[in-house]
Write a protein of this length. Sequence first.
Length: 318
Amino acid sequence: MEQIEEKSGQPTGKPLMSTSVPPLVTVCIPAYNHERYIGQAIEAILDQTYANIELIIVDDGSHDATFDIIARYRGRCVARCVRFEAYTRPNKGLSATLNEMVSWARGKYLAPIASDDIASPEKIARLVGEMEEHPEVVGAFGAVALIDDDGNSKGTLTRPGFWTFEDVILARAMMPAPTSVLRTDAVRAVGGYDEDMMIEDFSLWLKLTHDGTARLITVADILAKYRLHKNNMHTRVLAMHEGRMAILERYRDHPAYAQARSTAIITAAHESTRHSLTQAMRLLKSTPDVNLRTRLAIVVKSVLPNTVLDWMKRARGY
């Protein structure tokens, strides 16, 4: 595929850093076949209340009109941002594209977001404030509002707190990727995103906190809309589980490994009950650490109507 570029590549005359302005933030939007959504993603960055941002958008070899839409925003992006770049080239995959943008970045902080998600106007300002206040924090996140393909509300995800490596590997933490703001130097220090791993964000969160001193934080504010697409969830659950297990294998020598592996299997089994009870039970049988009560709970969850389960929870007081 012939490469096409649309770049400014030069500062617009606004200062990259000064004592009178807050730290520069690099917003990264990797895009692939999202002609329906990319405009909303860009508009959300242009509407940020935080002033000192640069923006890079890389179209990862889309087959639709994604880059044509990106190019229409060039003038507004150059006017709004300290520095702007957008280009298209043959497909390399998400992690390789993210690493490309990390290399381009001049900001103290990175704010990556997918081309089908929507940042809240105060996202960057809110999280940069947290990170400036807490120097031990290498990544900050917020709650997300879930939406479908058409933008209809599907609920929220929130779990505020400070997180350690153990919290991340044991799935106690919640760090919604669309809300992330990361320290650029910290991301570079751990080698960026793993291009051989499917779940690139989970792998990065583990690398960032593995030294035992760095922390992640999630605030309670809703700071992005995360889009849930219609797809084959039966296949996706298995693929995500296999990707998570591959990442956990890197930490086989860590004391939390066995518990992390069991937790991952139980999580995948719970998710599988929505589509295939057989698949769920097969996953459970793959570990000796899942007791009979847990297996029965999963079976009950998969066959009883939600109304019955809700009644049982109220009756038991949980």
